[in-house]
Design a protein. Structure first.
Length: 272
C-alpha cells in the first residue's frame, strides 16, 4: 500500500510539472502563457523576447560525412555576443515533429533557455561557457575519422584520369567511359570494369559499374551509395573522386599522406 502511494504521487508530480509547450503564429506559449517569439529563414530560427528583441538563433545542420553516413545537429549563436557558434545535439518531441517544434522543445526541455519568465539570458551564457559534448554513435565517430583521413589526402581527379593528392600524381583510372571529362559522376553501366592503378602502375582495384561495387586487389569490397537516409538524398551515382577516396581508405598503402615536407642539405655552388 505504501509503495502504491509513492508511485501515485511520483506520477502525479511528473504530471503537474510537465509543461505544455505550444507555438502558434510565432508565439511560444508555456502552459498557455506567452513567453517568447520565434521566426525563421530556411533552417535557421531566431528566438526573441516578447518585445521582439532577437537574442539567439538555432540553425539545423544535416550533412553527409562519408558514404551513406549523415550527421544532424544544431548550431546555436547569440545575437548580442557572436564571439563563437556552438554545435550541440537536439531532441524532438516526436518522431514526426518539424524543425520549429524541435528548436523550441530543445530550448525549453534540454537547455532550459526558455522558462515561464521568458528567455533566460544567464542560462544561455552558461551554455556557451560549458558546451555539452555531442553524443555520437560509433558509426558516426568512425565516419568522422575516415573523413579526416580523406581531407588530409586532398584528392582530385584531373581531365586525363590522373589521381592527385595535394597536387602530386598518386595514381590513375583506366577503362574510362566516354562520358568522362564531361561529367564527374559515373552513370554509365559497362561490362568493362573501371580499374585503378597507383603512380607506379601497380593494380590497386576496380569499380564495377553494374553493381556500384569497389573491389581491391587484396579482395576487399565495398558498395557505394547503396542507401538513402537523413533529410537529403544521397547521390545515386558516385564521382571519380569518391572512388579514389574510398579506395584510399580500403587500401592504406595506396596513398601515403606526407605530413611534413623534407628538404635535403643546401649546398652552395661556386659561381662560374
Amino acid at each position: 500500500m505504501k509503495k502504491s502511494i509513492i508511485i501515485f504521487f511520483t506520477i502525479l508530480g511528473t504530471f503537474l510539472n510537465a509543461q505544455n509547450i505550444k507555438t502558434k503564429r510565432g508565439i511560444i506559449n508555456l502552459d498557455g502563457i506567452p513567453v517568447a517569439k520565434i521566426s525563421n529563414k530556411g533552417s535557421e530560427y531566431t528566438f526573441m523576447d516578447l518585445k521582439e528583441t532577437p537574442l539567439y538563433t538555432i540553425k539545423f545542420i544535416d550533412k553527409s560525412i562519408v558514404d551513406s553516413v549523415r550527421d544532424s545537429y544544431i548550431q546555436i549563436n547569440r545575437v548580442y555576443n557572436r564571439d563563437k557558434t556552438i554545435e550541440v545535439d537536439y531532441s524532438s518531441p516526436s518522431a514526426f515533429s518539424g524543425e520549429e517544434k524541435s528548436a523550441v522543445y530543445t530550448s525549453v526541455k534540454d537547455f532550459k533557455i526558455i522558462d515561464n519568465k521568458g528567455i533566460n539570458v544567464k542560462t544561455l551564457d552558461e551554455l556557451f561557457s560549458n558546451v555539452p559534448k555531442r553524443k555520437l554513435d560509433s558509426k558516426t565517430k568512425d565516419a568522422y575519422t575516415i573523413r579526416k583521413k580523406i581531407d588530409k589526402m586532398n584528392l582530385e581527379v584531373n581531365k586525363v584520369g590522373e589521381i592527385l593528392s595535394n597536387g602530386v600524381p598518386v595514381g590513375y583510372f583506366t577503362n574510362l567511359p566516354v562520358s568522362f571529362g564531361s561529367d564527374d559522376k559515373i552513370m554509365e553501366k559497362s561490362f568493362i570494369d573501371i580499374e585503378i592503378y597507383d603512380a607506379k602502375s601497380k593494380y590497386i582495384g576496380k569499380y564495377i559499374t553494374t553493381t556500384k561495387q569497389l573491389k581491391t586487389a587484396g579482395g576487399k569490397s565495398f558498395t557505394l551509395f547503396k542507401e538513402m537516409s537523413g533529410r537529403a538524398s544521397i547521390l545515386k551515382y558516385p564521382t571519380y573522386k569518391a572512388l579514389a577516396e574510398r579506395m584510399a581508405i580500403m587500401d592504406p598503402n595506396f596513398i601515403k599522406v606526407q605530413e611534413k615536407v623534407t628538404v635535403g642539405p643546401v649546398t652552395k655552388g661556386t659561381p662560374n
